[in-house]
Ligand binder design. Structure first.
Ligand code: PRX
Length: 630
């Protein structure tokens, strides 16, 4: 079948198409309906069917490959390297499920994870899936204020964490940040389960805090069966940034997600049971959920969980893992490749990479020099794929598992199964059908399996934010600019909203602004994303100080810049820290008082700031420019 025909069927005959795909996973009870779109934009997939993500990821492989590796946990930070077979993983997940149950977790309860890249994190996610608890993983690089807002929203019964993470040899204690976050949140978890890696001392709160190793010991003999869940039950929430300061809990189902991942593993990633998948992302991001944990395991593959930098102990570390574990498929973000590109290319030649079939890159635009460099160095297809936390799996890429198709530099590719992608005019909502016309990338409903169900506890926000932001059209807004060429390939040109992308990490400028505003000497602030050769974008902050005298000289400016950076570090995490803080006496705004972030960004990038007729005081932009020179 040609890919065009495959895709046509997926959108024109969704029931027949997805009923077939549903056979890629195990069901306890077959679905009664396939696509229920009776209440748009809330699409329900496979309603009436019962299944379980953990069963599909672990239990169903026991018979054929119980003793083959399932989870390979490698940390170049601690030196831990341990492979768990499917059978061992099955046992650990049951111990963990029993531990969670002992702490009071029941079906539908939330379990929040604030964890480094350790095997216990994967056990916990799968244990939640097993008993029908809803996991909510918060990226370990976030600090107390970011964590607190997520605890507040998810209302977890139990939080699972660890003493510390480690990055580049530097230990980052998690427990004090967690304690502070729980103090800040009005919701308090009933229990906290702590894995002790021996990296940082931990103070325990009596009655609330429990030790992983001790509790595990008490549950070595408890068997915990998979709970058969309706396909439309909620498997997890994952928080992501948008235009407001309040992160959105992207909510996902059970059955649709399992089918979408199984299908993507076959059609896009060309997975092979028994082979190894290495996704160098983090479990705190959607890529980690889908392609470190669930996707590869559902496909019966071994998955590598890697804690560490791509250049430590040296830039050959990833390639040595490819050689050692005969990695078939690799997945990371373009930033990591740009980091490696700066190192000695000899590291790539030192290892036998003959097992590797393809490298997938996602999370941010893939620039042509980076793509060419890695493509020539590895000699395997480099497959750009475009998607979002909201979609759960690729929206645009090349499905070589269906039909081999050439990639084009600069383009992630074409719409995947079930995705009806369109380019619309931003303000009129009119469809732009001519090749090369720039507009907003949208998806027409019904959205495919695996796509977000709603915003956790906020259906209204789901509808308003994503489905009603384009005049006169009820379509899902990706908030990305894009164009399509004459061959139907799409090109993504950056966000239409205030979301920035730093080294593949999605951040909201509003969250950073709110954090900076909490400094006593900050009257006003604007944060924008500015192009960066290595990280794609970095955050730049422009601040109006309350006390202008404090920033009158260079020493004063440096002092306040340092204080602001420290503040963001401690509240949101180092990831969100602006690369620079610059001081101005007024910010560019429209007459109605809206911050002109796009104009500021243009000035920072040395581009034309565009139409300045809406600006209240053009001197403000001049100040931004002058502050950059300083
Ligand atoms: O702007 C797009 C960019 O990252 C955003 C989604 O980020 P996140 O929710 O963290 O999900 C990442 C899942 C891979 C998108 O709205 N983005 C993601 N992939 C690409 C991309 N931009 C260009 N090319 C890509 N391949």
């Amino acid at each position: 079948m040609t890919y065009a025909e495959f895709h046509r069927r997926s959108v024109e005959e969704p029931d027949a198409f997805w009923a077939e795909q549903a056979r890629l996973i195990d069901w306890q009870q077959a679905p009664q309906s396939i696509c229920d779109n009776s209440r748009p934009p809330f699409t329900r997939w496979f309603a009436g069917g019962t299944t379980n993500l953990c069963h599909n990821a672990v239990d169903r492989h026991l018979a054929a490959r119980g003793d083959q590796p399932a989870l390979i946990s490698v940390s170049t930070e601690t030196g831990v390297e341990k492979a768990y077979s499917f059978r061992e993983l099955h046992a650990e997940v049951q111990h963990t499920a029993a531990m969670l149950q002992a702490l009071g977790v029941r079906q539908g309860d939330r379990v929040l994870l604030y964890m480094p890249m350790v095997a216990e994190a994967v056990f916990t996610m799968l244990a939640c899936a097993r008993i029908g608890a809803i996991h909510s993983v918060v990226f370990g690089g976030f600090a107390s204020v970011s964590l607190a807002s997520r605890i507040e929203d998810a209302q977890p019964r139990v939080i699972v964490s660890a003493d510390a993470g480690s990055r580049g040899g530097k230990v980052l204690a998690y427990k004090p940040l967690l304690d502070e976050a729980i103090r800040l949140s009005s919701h308090k978890p009933q229990a906290v389960l702590l894995a002790d890696r021996g990296l940082a001392p931990m103070e325990r709160v009596a009655g609330r805090d429990h030790d992983w190793a001790a509790l595990r010991q008490a549950h070595l003999d408890t068997e915990v069966a998979c709970v058969w869940l309706d396909a439309t039950a909620t498997s997890y929430t994952i928080y992501t940034s948008g235009t407001t300061g309040k992160p959105k809990g992207v909510q996902r189902d059970v059955g649709g997600y399992a089918v979408a991942l199984a299908a993507s593993m076959e059609h896009i990633f060309q997975g092979e049971a028994g082979a190894t998948f290495f996704c160098a992302s983090d479990i705190g991001w959607v890529v980690g959920h889908s392609y470190i944990v669930y996707g590869p395991l559902i496909a019966g593959m071994a998955t590598i969980l890697y804690e560490g930098l791509p250049v430590r102990p040296d830039a050959g570390i990833w390639w040595s893992l490819v050689e050692k574990y005969k990695v078939r498929t690799m997945f990371t973000a373009p930033t990591a490749v740009r980091v490696l590109k700066k190192q000695d290319p000899a590291f790539l030649k030192k290892h036998d990479l003959s097992s590797l079939k393809a490298l997938f890159l996602a999370g941010e635009p893939l620039d042509e020099p980076t793509a060419r460099w890695i493509s020539e160095a590895l000699g395997v297809p480099i497959i750009d794929n475009y998607w979002q936390t909201e979609s759960g799996w690729p929206i645009l890429t090349i499905a070589n598992g269906v039909e081999k198709k050439a990639s084009k530099f600069g383009s992630p590719g074409v719409p995947m199964a079930g995705y009806k992608v369109k380019i619309l005019h931003e303000s009129t909502g009119q469809e732009l059908v001519e090749p090369g016309q720039k507009g907003v990338v949208v998806i027409e409903g019904p959205t495919p399996p695996g796509f977000m169900q709603t915003v956790w506890r906020d259906d209204e926000r789901f509808v308003k934010t994503y489905w009603q932001s384009i005049p006169g059209r009820m379509v899902y807004n990706t908030f990305d600019w894009g164009i399509r060429d004459a061959d139907g390939y799409y090109y993504i040109l950056g966000r239409t909203d205030d979301v920035i992308n730093v080294a593949g990490h999605r951040l909201g400028t509003r969250e950073i602004e709110e954090s900076i505003s909490s400094h006593a000497n900050v009257a006003e602030v604007a944060v924008v994303g500015v192009a960066d050769a290595l990280k794609g974008q970095v955050a730049m902050a422009f601040v109006v100080a309350r006390d202008a005298a404090a920033v009158a000289d260079e020493a004063g400016r440096l002092r306040l810049e340092g204080e602001i950076m420290k503040l963001v570090d401690s509240q949101l995490g180092a990831l969100a820290r602006p690369a620079r803080v610059r001081f101005v006496s007024l910010l560019p705004k429209t007459r109605s008082g809206k911050l002109l972030r796009r104009a500021i960004q243009a000035v920072c990038e040395g581009r034309d700031a565009g139409d300045l007729t809406t600006i209240e005081d053009p001197a403000a932009l001049r100040q931004v420019l002058d502050s950059l020179v300083g």
